[in-house]
Ligand binder design. Structure first.
Ligand code: ATP
Ligand code: MG
Length: 654
């Protein structure tokens, strides 16, 4: 049997089951499993009628004539349709009462609050779209966006969409070199930026980084600079002929240029977004207009169960796909009120998020396991200080969430009242693929849940054959879906190789998973990270979950190092809860704890304590770097998406 053919095993106890409250269920959009099943079946068996009905509130200037053209791996959805995504996100609300509802509430790190109604946001998008056009940016031109979390970044994104110019948002934490690579990869003609932004009380000089990045680019003609901080806080240099002040450009442009949106084909590129780079060099994932809009609109509506009065807060940065789909396109297409926060979760202290929730009466919170574990590490006394009674739904995304962190989130933040949706998806999928629907499904902490409408996931072996219930395998998607990536920008071959060659005819996610007899999917980590210890193949998430369940542990990463005897020896990197110091007794105790919960074979050969783990800038643990360290190798591959190079240096020294 080859290595790949061996099954991934599971050893953990079956998960606990938690029911949504009767109160939540009564008001939910989908109220029962049966109702979900009927819709799900329809979405697979009669996709035409399903998508026709479910997208009827979106604005199509010309309807589609055929739902799908599928020439694997190339898909076209909503064939023949013409639209502009911003008409669904903005214009359609102007004739309804949503017009005067807040679209965005913004809180800066120092604490200023401003808001924009749908009518105001629309006006800002129209005028900035006009400024872009006036500067010669046209349909099809790429525009890079390198900004902080300010209302103007949402305006910039939507203004690009309004003129049909695909945007590529680059997270504002990236250094000049990473920004330059992305600009060059997609050949951006313009850059939108701001002087600087606040982060943990310090100024992040964004414009200066753009200046440095542009020293190695040849395509950028215009840079629009939003003056967020002003010269006293953040002096900048403007290059004549290239750089223009955002609002000067708005003032000089003929507003009419932005009023009429550019009507594009359903398959016109909406944006390019580079993946987080957890596994290697980031890929320029390309999404197109109608399918992406339909997917983000529908998942926002059903997964977050958006109700007209909700204040919704997604804490992701707009530089990641979560920000694109669930701060901008999905919620706005639903007419929701979205909160936008500029700064760090611990500025000035670990109570900030909870104060924001209390102040703005946030109803829905969507965040990442990495943030939840960081809050856990600081202790429950922080959230206990705020009134969190406005919350009615919690969500998580980005990595597997271990049951311990799930339950802490449910208990300490949701106060045992709010359903938690653990949403599995990727930059490539555009929208949520696996989740529970909050009023319809029971929750199993640690397991993402069931497929969303139109999604057909399966766990398979390396030959592409479905494995049985509770057996681990590669997670694939058997059918194309509307919000799927269309290609890797400029590299159809990489697109085919990366996603469509492992299991012919199916989309390969790169993740390992198993599903239980109820059809709930649990993602156990990336296939490349699966451990092989004494002949057992086991997902990283399982060992990490057990470690994090120990009261002393805040965060853990499990990797394998080559071992003559066992194939791989297990090395666990552990950070402890605030105030605890590591010692040998603790090391032994943790090793015993893993051996007891999973089995003797899984007893870590070594446990290394660290102050922090290497993470991508989106907060995911980069296990491939830890693998190198565990094996005593030089770290190899792309490290540009690493958040803190210092963590790596420190780990190497220890
Ligand atoms: P790269 O593809 O460049 O290595 P990345 O995969 O981290 O980066 P993203 O698209 O941001 O880039 O992340 C998607 C991945 O995150 C998924 O493939 C999965 O591994 C993980 N993930 C996201 N949500 C969940 C979840 N709810 N449960 C488990 N894993 C998740
Ligand atoms: Mg990925």
């Amino acid at each position: 049997m080859s290595e790949q053919d061996k099954k991934i095993e599971t050893f953990s106890e079956p998960t606990k089951i938690i029911q949504p409250s009767a109160e939540f269920r009564a008001k939910a959009r989908v109220k029962s499993l049966a109702e979900y099943q009927a819709l799900y079946t329809e979405s697979l068996e009669s996709p035409e009628s399903f998508w026709k009905r479910e997208t009827q509130d979106l604005v199509f200037r010309k309807p589609w004539t055929r739902l799908l053209d599928w020439q694997c791996p190339f898909a076209k959805w909503f064939i023949g349709a013409e639209l502009n995504a911003t008409e669904s996100c903005l214009d359609r609300h102007l004739n309804t009462k949503t017009r005067d509802k807040q679209a965005l509430i913004w809180e800066s790190e120092p604490g200023e609050v401003t808001s924009l109604t749908y009518a105001e946001l629309h006006a800002k998008v129209v005028e900035f779209a006009a400024a872009l056009k006036q500067a010669g940016i046209q349909k099809g031109d790429r525009v890079a966006i390198y900004m902080g979390m300010v209302p103007e970044v949402v305006v910039g994104i939507l203004a690009c969409a309004r003129i049909g110019a695909p945007h590529t948002v680059v997270f504002g934490g990236f250094a000049a070199e990473s920004l330059r690579d992305r600009i060059n990869d997609c050949g951006a003609k313009a850059v939108l930026t701001q002087d600087g932004s606040w982060r943990k009380g310090k100024v992040v000089p964004l414009k200066a980084t753009v200046d440095e990045a542009l020293r190695g680019t040849s395509t950028v003609e215009k840079v629009f600079v939003y003056n967020r901080l002003g010269a006293a806080e953040c002096p900048i240099q403007m290059q004549a002929g290239r750089d223009v002040d955002w609002y000067d450009a708005v003032g000089a442009a003929d507003r009419k240029l932005g009023e009429q949106p550019e009507i594009v084909d359903s398959e016109h590129p909406l944006f390019i977004l580079y993946t987080s780079g957890s596994t290697g060099k980031p890929k320029g994932v390309m999404h197109t207009t109608a399918g992406y809009l339909a997917g983000t609109y529908l998942t926002s509506k059903y997964v977050f169960d958006l109700q007209p009065e909700d204040v919704y807060w997604c804490t992701a940065d707009v530089g990641w796909v979560t920000g694109h789909s669930y701060i901008v396109y999905g919620p706005l297409a639903n007419g929701a009120t979205c909160l936008l926060y500029e700064g760090a979760p611990n500025a000035p202290d670990w109570g900030r998020f909870w104060q924001i929730i209390e102040k703005h009466k946030v109803n829905i919170l969507y965040t990442a396991p990495t943030a939840i574990r960081a809050f856990m590490r600081q202790g429950s006394e922080w959230p206990a200080k705020s009134d969190l009674s406005s919350l009615r739904l919690l969500g998580t995304v980005g990595e597997p969430i271990n049951p311990e962190a799930w339950l802490w989130y449910y208990r300490e933040i949701g106060r045992n009242r709010c359903p938690v949706v653990d949403t599995w998806w990727q930059t490539e999928t555009g929208a949520i693929m696996l989740t529970t629907l909050p009023g319809a499904h029971v929750m199993k902490p640690g397991s993402a849940g069931l497929p969303f409408f139109g999604v057909k996931p399966e766990c398979v072996d390396s030959a592409g054959k479905a494995v049985g219930a509770n057996e681990g395998g590669l997670l694939v998607l058997r059918k194309p879906w509307p919000s799927m990536l269309r290609t890797v920008w400029g590299d159809d071959e990489r697109f085919r190789q990366q996603y469509w060659s492992d299991v012919p005819g199916s989309y390969f996610t790169g993740d390992g998973a198993h599903s239980d007899p109820d059809g709930y999917f649990t993602v156990v980590g990336r296939i490349d990270d699966v451990l092989n210890v004494s002949g057992h193949r086991i997902g990283t998430a399982e060992i990490e979950s057990v470690l994090v369940a120990h009261p002393a542990v805040a965060e853990a990463a499990a990797v394998g190092r080559p071992d003559d005897l066992t194939g791989q020896a297990l090395v666990a990197f552990v950070t402890l809860k605030a105030g605890l110091t590591p010692n040998e007794t603790m090391e032994r105790e943790l090793a015993d704890h893993v051996a007891k919960d999973i089995g003797k074979f899984a007893r870590p050969a070594s446990i290394r304590f660290a102050d922090g783990l290497p993470k991508t800038r989106s907060g995911k643990i980069m296990r491939r770097l830890l693998k190198d360290i565990a094996a005593g190798r030089e770290t190899s591959g792309d490290t540009s998406t690493l958040e803190d190079q210092g963590v790596l240096t420190k780990l190497r020294e220890d």
